[in-house]
Design a protein around this ligand. Structure first.
Ligand SMILES: CC(C)(COP(=O)(O)OP(=O)(O)OC[C@H]1O[C@@H](n2cnc3c(N)ncnc32)[C@H](O)[C@@H]1OP(=O)(O)O)[C@@H](O)C(=O)NCCC(=O)NCCS
Length: 152
């Protein structure tokens, strides 16, 4: 069994390990980030004045963090209420296919309601079929492509 809750200061080491450690989220994306970015992101989760937050999934039997959902809220020109953007979703390799990803997204929906966000959305890579098997059950395809400013 697992429990989903908002992130707390005591989670720092485990969250950083799951985010950027050897079997973590950044490795899944074949990416790295400088330590000061990771530290700043974590500190923002704890700062009530920052629109950045995270939920963590805890394995009830070990008390360890086995997943997270990092999210930001922001203004939207099409609504009075804010939007919630699910920035990162991750479940550790050995804990997958047990409903934890679904529970994290459902928790995010509850957060969106609490924060009076009128829209909740996220993006995924075209080739991430595994994630899409979950997303088609808990969400609906928005039908937009994402573009970005070219890298220098
Ligand atoms: C995507 C990810 C978060 C999903 O987490 P998870 O805990 O394994 O997901 P869940 O067990 O809650 O949900 C999986 C759902 O998809 C379905 N599913 C997943 N893989 C499947 C497969 N190979 N065949 C059939 N169904 C599958 C399951 O049936 C389940 O549906 P259900 O809730 O109705 O039973 C996890 O795989 C992960 O962290 N992947 C690496 C990082 C990543 O891709 N993050 C998302 C970036 S956008």
């Amino acid at each position: 069994m697992s429990t989903i809750r908002l992130i707390e200061e005591k989670d720092k080491e485990e969250w950083i390990n799951l985010f950027s450690g050897p079997d973590g989220y950044l490795v899944f994306y074949k990416s790295t980030l400088p330590n000061n970015v990771i530290e700043t992101t974590f500190n923002r989760f704890l700062d009530k004045d920052e629109p950045v937050n995270a939920a963590v999934a805890i394995d009830d039997s070990t008390g360890k963090i086995i997943g997270f959902a990092n999210y930001v809220t922001h203004r939207n020109t099409w609504a009075i209420g804010d939007s919630l953007y699910l920035n990162d979703l991750f479940v550790s390799g050995e804990s997958r296919l047990k409903g934890i990803g679904r529970k994290l997204i459902e928790f995010i929906y509850t957060e969106a309601d609490r924060l009076k966000c009128e829209k909740t959305y996220w993006q995924t890579q075209f080739e991430n079929h595994r994630a899409q098997l979950l997303y088609t059950k808990v969400g609906e395809k928005a039908g937009f492509l994402t573009y970005k400013r070219p890298s220098e």
